[in-house]
Write a protein that binds this ligand. Structure first.
Ligand code: FAD
Ligand code: SF4
Length: 327
């Protein structure tokens, strides 16, 4: 596998990046750490002739407890003791995310905007060609659900579920100016599964903001994967909450690694707030979340197994948070 030639652009400000994006419309990708994009390019997946690198845009760098720059390296978050103490769910996710080497290059923005994954898609050009490609790149059908004209590739980023449980918002810049969107609204939940984000052409992510009160919650992230040393999530469950003795005052649960976008389940958890969270209530919440999610056969582990593990991981994550582990 080799990298085809491309032209590299290195803007030094958000405005310049947005201007370049306008000029190169449809013929470029933004480049952050490149740990997801460049392996895909090597497999000749959705290649573009131009890359707009964001590493010289100083506004995108750095982090505080309330704001994470899109270009902040994942390793810088995990090496910040104040960050790890304030956000135990994010700390769990960072510790289990890829490898130390990948985390040294991979960024917050790149992780949230990760290409979705499928074992018919993350393959070499020749492998994909032998099957006539697929809807998501170069082809006209889906090998996972051939009856449907949509893509079921899985969202496999580890940061989104814990950030969803903290109520994170994302600052976006583009030709129309700047706007803030709740993280859950960044993901396309209604389309064909190919267009995975609700970003307008030429828009880039500037930063992720964490609201007042996000820090200091009891939180956990549980990840199912084949090889604990570096694999993508086959399931990722995040929980964050506040307890006042036995009573739960705040509770959020989000799940990734199962469908085309990460999901939070406020419609189920809100009803539990304000009362004691018994084992029976946790068990029925876990069952209800499992009922709403439908993994398909496009990753290594069988969908039935992944589905059964959803309830188990939801239960374990909530019980650990309730008992005071993780913050
Ligand atoms: C061996 C290996 C194991 C991995 N395991 C995991 C894992 O366990 N969990 C996991 O979550 N990930 C995993 N990854 C994927 C990846 O390394 C990380 O998700 C990483 O955080 C991606 O960030 P990046 O900066 O390298 O993104 P890039 O590859 O640079 O970009 C990813 C996508 O986001 C777009 N993009 C990036 N930044 C912006 C921005 N600011 N605005 C607009 N668009 C942008 C790019 O155009 C591209 O489409 C793994 C990768 C490898 C190689
Ligand atoms: S789910 Fe279907 S269309 Fe999507 S990547 Fe896999 S095979 Fe391709």
């Amino acid at each position: 596998m080799h990298l085809d030639p491309f032209e590299l652009h290195r803007p030094t400000s958000v405005d310049e990046a947005v201007r370049l994006a306008g000029e190169l419309a449809g013929r470029f990708d933004f480049l952050a750490g490149g740990t997801d994009l460049l392996p895909n390019y090597k497999m000749h997946i959705n290649l573009k002739p131009h890359l707009v690198a964001l590493d010289r845009v100083s506004e995108l760098a750095g982090h505080s407890l309330s704001r994470l720059g899109a270009m902040e390296r994942l390793s810088r978050l995990e090496q910040d003791p104040a960050f790890v103490a304030a956000y135990p769910g994010l700390a769990d996710a960072l510790a289990d995310l890829a490898t130390p080497l990948v985390r040294a290059s991979g960024t917050v923005g790149g992780n949230l905007l990760l290409e979705t994954r499928c074992f018919f898609f993350n393959q070499s050009y020749f492998w994909r060609a032998s099957l006539g490609f697929c809807l998501k790149a170069d082809g006209d059908r889906c090998h996972v659900v051939p009856q449907k004209e949509r893509c079921y590739a899985t969202f496999s980023g580890d940061l989104a579920p814990p950030l969803l449980t903290l109520g994170a918002t994302v600052e976006v810049a583009g030709p129309g100016g700047r706007r803030k969107v709740p993280l859950e609204k960044l993901y396309d939940t209604e389309g064909d599964g190919i267009r995975r984000l609700r970003l307008a052409p030429g828009e880039l992510v500037v930063a992720v903001d964490l609201p007042d009160g996000a820090a200091g919650q009891r939180a956990r992230y549980k990840k199912l994967r084949v090889r604990p040393s570096f694999d993508f999530p086959e399931l990722g469950v995040a929980v964050a909450g506040r307890w006042n003795s036995a009573q739960v005052d705040e509770l959020k649960v989000a799940v990734g690694g199962v469908e085309t976008y990460p999901r939070r389940f406020d419609e189920l958890t809100e009803a539990l707030v304000g009362g004691p969270l018994s084992d029976a209530k946790v068990a029925s919440l876990a069952e209800e979340i499992t009922r709403r999610l439908r993994p398909v056969h496009n990753t290594f582990l069988a969908p039935d197994y992944r589905r059964r593990m959803i309830g188990i991981y939801v239960r374990r994550a909530i019980l650990e948070a309730r008992e005071g582990q993780g913050g």
